[in-house]
Design a protein around this ligand. Structure first.
Ligand code: UD1
Ligand code: CA
Length: 461
């Protein structure tokens, strides 16, 4: 069995935040979630997450997952260090299982890399395998010290290193795979006798080596994967890499992204073939977009389901369903719980909320459709307002198929417009419009002949 121990107890002071570091987000998801997902996808059966600073908040956020949390005591009176953190899960380590150590603040690590590390570790029959990387600027990292034959001797921390050791460019990623029994044994022997007074997990390697256990290294292919997040600058750096990864996977699936640099798509978004995403577009949450759509410029779509061949420009769509061939925007707003049927046009400055609209209906400009059920082939004129709120309660309205709502009409809810009902422009409708009838509800026009002349307005000009 493979298990992971994910270290996430550090304070993350450089984030300058009240939020625990591992709950900061990249591409909309907490950084810890990426690590857990990579671990799960790499055939790791159980994840033990070591929390400390802000541990309660972290546990809350991952409430419904099957992670097992262990809390590391934090404070001056307690020991500190990566070794001490791993010890918190020692009772859960079985002798014959592999233990992969990961960091909760290293979200770019991939399942493939973890899998390769485990396979390499198994094939070589090592007792401990360190994932290493070559960095042009290794400052701050632990260095991999090797003997003349190239075998790893130990890992030396930057703060404990000699001038010669500081020149080593191969660094410790902090990710390891250990045989359970060997890890448990060595953890019992580490001390805090070093420059930082911390218990180092890296000392496990030295101890195993001294006892003639087999230790080795596996060099990561892409060193970007081990980038940790300690500051907001590093958060943005990782966000960018993750964003590119997501965008590239969509492009590989047959989606055109005009400018991936400013297109923001969260994990969990599905997009169908031959859809084109224009710049400035943000697609978040569990959103599905069909095939052959044109999305953007400047759209925000969240938690929504968009059909095929839909076109959306400069608009916001939230928690709604849009069926095939709809045309939305520019500057339209679909608020939660809206459902558009097929081939519907929602034009500029139209807001829809908690409403259903049937196939082929149109609201071309400047309308508010709230709490309404609108049928098929309905024309909603410019400036139509569904007056759904009396200051205390909300009410629904019903508009049946083929109705025509003239420009600037108000439908005071609850109200019904029956099939083929016509409403004259400027009407305020408070009673049912019956089938096939025209309703006019506005003051009759009065014409006063020669009124301007009588007033003498022309003389004063
Ligand atoms: C550690 C390694 C170093 C390696 C580097 C890679 C040791 C002694 N050193 O450095 O060789 O190059 O990672 O990034 O292991 N944590 C806890 N509890 C603790 C201390 C740390 O959970 O008591 C967690 C932190 O939240 C963090 C991770 O462990 O996620 C690493 O801690 P950090 O202090 O960043 O690692 P270093 O000691 O700098
Ligand atoms: Ca440290």
């Amino acid at each position: 069995m493979n298990i992971s121990i994910i270290l996430a107890a550090g304070e993350g002071t450089r984030m300058k935040s009240k939020i625990p570091k591992v709950l900061h987000k990249i591409c909309g998801k907490p950084i810890l979630e990426y690590v857990i997902n990579a671990s799960n996808n790499a055939n790791i059966e159980k994840n033990y997450v070591i929390v400390g600073h802000g541990g309660e908040k972290v546990k809350e956020e991952f409430d419904d997952s099957d992670i097992i949390f262990k809390t590391q005591p934090i404070g001056k009176e307690y020991p500190y260090g990566t070794g001490y953190a791993v010890m918190q899960a020692i009772d859960h380590i079985e002798d014959n299982s592999n233990v992969v150590i990961l960091y909760g603040d290293t979200p770019l690590i991939t399942d493939k890399t973890i899998e390769k590390l485990i396979n390499y570790h198994n094939n070589k029959d090592y007792d401990g395998t360190v994932l290493t990387a070559y960095l042009e600027e290794p400052a701050g990292y632990g260095r991999i010290v090797r003997d003349e034959k190239g075998h790893m001797l130990k890992i030396v921390e930057h703060k404990d290193a000699t001038a010669k050791e500081l020149n080593i460019k191969e660094i410790n990623s902090g990710i390891y795979c250990f045989k359970g029994a060997k890890l448990k044994h060595a953890l019992g022997k580490i001390t805090n006798d070093n420059a930082q007074g911390e218990y180092y997990i890296t000392d496990v390697i030295t101890i195993l080596k001294e006892e003639n256990s087999k230790v080795g290294t596996y060099v990561i292919e892409d060193s970007k994967e081990i980038h940790g997040i300690n500051s907001r600058v590093q958060l943005a750096f990782c966000e960018k890499i993750m964003r590119n990864r997501i965008n590239e996977s969509h492009m590989e699936n047959g989606i055109t992204i005009i400018n991936p640099e400013n297109t923001y798509i969260e994990p969990g978004v599905n997009i169908g073939k031959d859809s084109i995403i224009y710049p400035g577009t943000i697609i978040v949450g569990e959103t599905t977009i069909g095939e052959g759509c044109i999305i953007g410029e400047n759209c925000r779509i969240e938690e929504s389901k968009i059909g095929n061949k839909v076109e959306i420009h400069s608009s916001t769509i939230s928690k709604s369903i849009v069926e095939d061939r709809c045309l939305i925007g520019p500057y339209a707003h679909l608020r939660p719980n809206s459902h558009l049927g097929k081939n519907i046009k929602i034009g500029n400055f139209v807001e829809v909320k908690n409403s259903t609209i049937g196939d082929n209906s149109k609201a071309g400009h400047l309308a508010y459709i709230g709490d309404a059920d609108v049928g098929k082939n309905v024309n909603i004129g410019c400036g139509v307002i569904f007056v759904n709120y009396d200051g205390r309660s909300k009410f629904r309205s019903l508009v049946e198929d083929n109705a025509f709502l003239g420009s600037n009409s108000n439908l005071v809810a609850p109200v019904i417009v029956r099939k083929w009902g016509y409403i004259a422009a400027g009407s305020t409708i408070t009673n049912e419009v019956e089938e096939g009838n025209l309703s006019i509800a506005r003051a009759k026009q009065i014409n006063k002949n020669g009124w301007v002349e009588k007033k003498g307005y022309k003389d004063n000009k």
